[in-house]
Write a protein that binds this ligand. Structure first.
Ligand code: C5P
Length: 400
């Protein structure tokens, strides 16, 4: 934790007194902490307490009243290696989920470049309310890490879920976050993503609805955890998740294969997330094909290379991961594919679930490895699924 920059956001809940201890623990573990308080948080604990413990003035307003000094939420957002909001009231969670930037804390959140962790604290009915749960789900989808509240006696005198996690637990989550983050340093990883387009003539192609989201999220996660990532991407409408990811743009399966083959040897991890067209037209017409006076037309197709299977056969210690999208005998087919393409790990996308699949932001997967271990996951954001996949890669490499 030494030297880590943490923005500690404090909102107006009775659990704010526990954040004094959290700040103390963070400082003791070597972090540099900047406290940001909402106006109502100051009703619960004096900013002087936090300022003394962090050796930094607390930021709460956009301007210092007497000097007019401007506090830049953008600079704070850039400075932070992690922002932790503890306690997070239902109100602040709602503002964060909806981008309501009416105080320093939420503007800092919206400017934060790195991850954000939230430790909710509220009464059990507020926690269980569909409005709160919807906002929590939105934050999770946006990549915010939620430190779940505990159950027990609440300030209201009621018993139930809603009390903020204990400072020590939050500290453990923060430590885990930083330790986990760079656990792939020194490794090279390649990811294929998106669809491929197989040209018919200069203006038409055979393609598919893959958005590339799953592959891009895997690339982001590998990069965040320290791997040197090359993303070989078919045509998609997505920004590269990080400047440190090298992107190679391709259009057809053949091009994707050529690029993947060139770099396979130098990578220790290869994730095949692309939805590669199985067939391509034998001939690509030089000019736009004219509509003739005929009811039917035929395009003859030839088989494309199976990128994953071809490279899987050349494996020299790489950990390879593939995806399977099955409509029948899901598990059996995924296991067969794992074997046939020599994958170490296969990610089975559930077709049965309405929130899973192409073009969606969520996915429901089962992860299977060569040892026959099977892990079923709930519906999650693709970003959270990417974390599970990279965890599985890490675990496999440790045990292999
Ligand atoms: O055989 P199927 O297309 O279902 O296999 C899916 C897995 O194989 C995915 O990981 C996909 O990226 C990879 N694949 C490939 N090249 C192909 C077809 C599939 O790399 N031509």
């Amino acid at each position: 934790m030494k030297g880590k920059h943490i923005v500690l956001g404090i909102t107006g809940g009775i659990a704010a007194y526990k954040s004094v201890m959290l700040l103390r623990l963070l400082i003791k573990s070597g972090a540099e902490v900047q406290v940001v308080m909402t106006p109502s948080a100051k009703e619960f604990v004096s900013p002087v307490t936090f300022a003394s413990l962090s050796s930094k003035p607390v930021v709460s307003e956009f301007f210092t009243a007497n000097s007019g000094e401007w506090h830049s939420h953008v600079d704070l957002g850039l400075w932070a290696d992690l922002m932790v909001v503890a306690p997070a009231t239902a109100s602040t969670i709602g503002k964060m989920a909806n981008g309501i930037a009416d105080n320093m804390l939420v503007t800092t959140y919206l400017s934060a470049k790195e991850d954000v962790m939230v430790a909710p604290a509220m009464d059990l009915d507020m926690w269980n309310h569909p409005g709160t749960q919807r906002n929590i789900a939105t934050l999770e989808k946006d990549g915010v890490i939620i430190v779940q509240p505990g159950s027990g006696e609440l300030a209201s005198g009621l018993e139930g879920k809603g009390r903020m996690a204990e400072p020590q637990e939050i500290l453990e989550e923060i430590k885990k976050y930083f330790n986990k983050r760079k656990d792939l340093s020194g490794l090279k990883a390649m990811v294929t993503a998106g669809p491929t387009y197989e040209n018919i003539d200069p203006v038409r192609f055979i393609g598919n609805y893959s958005s590339g989201k799953m592959g891009y999220e895997v690339a982001r996660e590998l990069d965040e955890r320290g791997a040197e990532v090359t993303l070989i991407s078919g045509p998609v409408n997505l920004p590269v998740p990080s400047d440190s990811i090298k992107k190679i743009e391709v259009v057809s399966a053949q091009e994707m294969y050529t690029e993947a083959k060139k770099i396979f040897d130098e990578n220790q991890i290869a994730v095949f997330a692309a939805a590669v067209a199985d067939y391509a037209p034998v001939e690509v017409a030089e000019n736009k094909i004219k509509r003739e006076n005929q009811e039917e037309m035929t395009i003859t197709l030839k088989r494309n290379p199976d990128i994953a299977a071809s490279l899987g056969a050349l494996k020299k210690g790489q950990t390879t991961v593939g995806f399977a999208l099955e409509t029948q005998n899901e598990l059996e087919n995924a296991k067969r594919k794992l074997h046939d393409k020599n994958f170490d790990i296969i990610v089975l996308n559930s077709m049965q679930h309405p929130q899973a699949g192409f073009m969606k932001d969520t996915n429901k997967v089962t992860i299977i490895n060569q040892n026959g271990e099977i892990e079923d996951f709930d519906v999650k954001s693709k970003r959270a699924v990417a974390k599970d996949i990279v965890d599985a890669i890490k675990k496999w490499r440790e045990n292999d």
